[in-house]
Structures are given as C-alpha cells and as structure tokens.
Design a binder for this molecule. Sequence first.
Ligand code: PGA
Length: 245
Amino acid sequence: MKKLIIANWKMNPASGAEALRLATSVWKRAKKFRKVDLVFAPPFVFLPILKKFKLSAQDVFWENKGAYTGEISVKELKSLGVHYAIIGHSERRALGETNEVVNKKLKAALGAGLRAVLCVGEPEKKREIAFPPIVREELRSAISGIKKALFKNLVIAYEPIWAIGGGRADSPKDVYEMSLLIRRELLRMLGKKISARIPVLYGGSVDDKNAEIFVKEASLDGLLVGGASLNPKKFVRIVEKVALL
Ligand code: PGA
C-alpha cells in the first residue's frame, strides 16, 4: 500500500496566490516520490485554485442542499474533484463538534464516495490506561449506523490532542501501541476483511526529523501533517524520507 501524507494547512495561507505557490513548490519536488500519495488539505476557498492536485477538504457538512448558511456539502466538494475530507479534527471538536455530528459527517462523506479521514485522539497523555476510553468512544460513535461496505474509504488519523501544534510529538512506541489498539477495535467492529484495508495515520508535531521514525517504528500507513506542511522544504523532506523507507 502507498503511504498517505496529508498536508493540513488549517487556516493558511492568506491568499490564493500563496496557496498556489506553496502547493506548486511542494509538488514540483515531491511528485517523483511515487510511493507516497500526497494530498493537500487547504481552506475551502482555495480548493478551486488547486484543482490539479489531489485534494482534501478540512471539514464537510452532512446535508446536500438547503438553508445551512456557511456550510459546504459533499456534493459541492465532489463537483470540484475533491477526493478526501478530514472529519472530526480536534480543532473542530474544540469548537463544539460532537461525536454525533462527526457520525453524520462521516456517513455523508462515505456515502458519497469521498475518502473520509476520521481524526481521533485523547486530550492528555495518560498512558497507564492502555486504550483511552475517549478514543474508543470517538471510533465507535463515528462508525455506528454506517453500512459496512462504505468503510473501504475510511482512513483513521490518530492525533493525540496534546501533541498537536506544540512541537511535542508522541513517542513512536506509544503511537505504535495506540495504532494496534485502534486496529484491534476496528477489527472487532468491522471484521477482518474491511478493517485490514483501513489505513491508520499519525498526526501531531510531525516534522522532517521524526516522520521517518513514525512511519517505520510505529508501522503506520502515513501521516497528517499540520505546521510542517506550510514549509515546502521541510514538507518535501518528510515526503522523501517516507518514500525512501
Ligand atoms: P501539527 O498539526 O502537525 O501542526 O501538530 C497536525 C494536525 O492538526 O493535523
């Protein structure tokens, strides 16, 4: 399986011209690394400008039309050729998104054939509890009531909240353990055939120094990169190191 690396730009950069410059400068140097599937997740407004790249939305709404001021539907995203949608990012959950809302968004995205990147993660590092109940609950509730066959398009991003944005990544050993627990939970819920196909990524202060170790030692299928994806040099180094593993 190709490794998946998603650049989560969050609310950056400030203009379309900069967005195009950033994606182009990364792609020029990274496209030769064919062992990596490279996806840009820019703010919604830049998606049309970046149509020639593989794209992810950072969020999605669950209804397809109607009076929902400010929301963007799966159908609208698909009309732009967007392939992926990040769902349940902790920064959205911090703004009030509940597990129930995440479930509706996941259902809508998977139902429409988008690849959905479901983010799960605990707020504090407390590793005496092997599998944080909050992560288990995020997984279970997100997945509930969705047709099993649709999970072929599911991706899980394990992002411990305390590791995001602060330059303090989790340890590869702990991420490895968490990825095993997540995979075991998926196996229990979805069965072997489906769960085996679901990629598990890590996100949280990934940079060009630790990316390789994460993918190798934590045996992951890829990375969700925030801050470091805004620096083309650093980000290309991440892609290169993962591609050359
Ligand atoms: P970070 O963000 O790489 O800046 O920690 C990751 C994320 O929030 O997806």
